[in-house]
Design a protein around this ligand. Sequence first.
Ligand code: SF4
Length: 276
Amino acid sequence: MKNLPEYLIEAVKPNSRQPNPERMSVTQLGDSPLIRTLWMENWDKIEQDPEDMLWALYGTALDTIVKAHNRTGLVDLKFEYPFDDYTIVGKPDIYYPSTETLVDVKTTSVWTLQNPRKEWTYQLNVYKWLMEQLMPELKVKKLEVHGIGRDWRKNEKLRYNTYPDSAFVVINIPMWDDVGKVIDADIKRHKNFPREECTLEEKWSKPDQYAVMRTGRKSALRVLDSEGDAHKWCKHNDHKVGANGIKIVKRPGEFVRCNQYCSVSSVCPFNKGEKK
Ligand code: SF4
């Protein structure tokens, strides 16, 4: 727990209520069934380091700010929709009736704002679908993420022309057809394969990479996805591997989520602690 003061430890304390197996949040629906299953079974045993939860406070603070200060949008929407054996629960952050826009507010790194997460598209499309079922009188013509880059720095704008002009970014999210079919498939996956190993995507798999290095230089001359490509690159660029300090170094990949971020990794039968 290191040196966290009491008020932060209290603020990040996980919800101690027993999860209801019949209720499924939109986030859970789009995520791995195994993670949800292990959480259902072990929610009262798994200990989370408060320090790992600190970033989540930004989201909580932002939620409070949106609710307290938004004057033009609806901010208390909560959808509960029965689907198969479950009730799907979704809470979008804001709906603007004037522009018929559904918004989710995110605080994250600038890098993620520039490379938006697939799950944002999933969440907003499912929210839209739930809204159409439960509040058909309110139309949705646009989906947006309002993103705040918590590591945004003014100086970086001068160095990189692709860097955002502001810490606040509006990201337009594409709208999907047939969202009901996507939900149906995901509900079936949770129901029928609750213990299936997470996919490579869900494990945030980072594959092996091969760096072409030269003795005396810290950074790689080039990083490639396979050893063969690394050799080809060397040949193409007149670098003889083994001569003049040129060598190819394997950078082992890993399952980033399993190793660093998964809340149920300590009870996961597939997490053997190997790197990849
Ligand atoms: S440790 Fe990895 S495989 Fe196991 S539940 Fe977590 S993400 Fe899935």
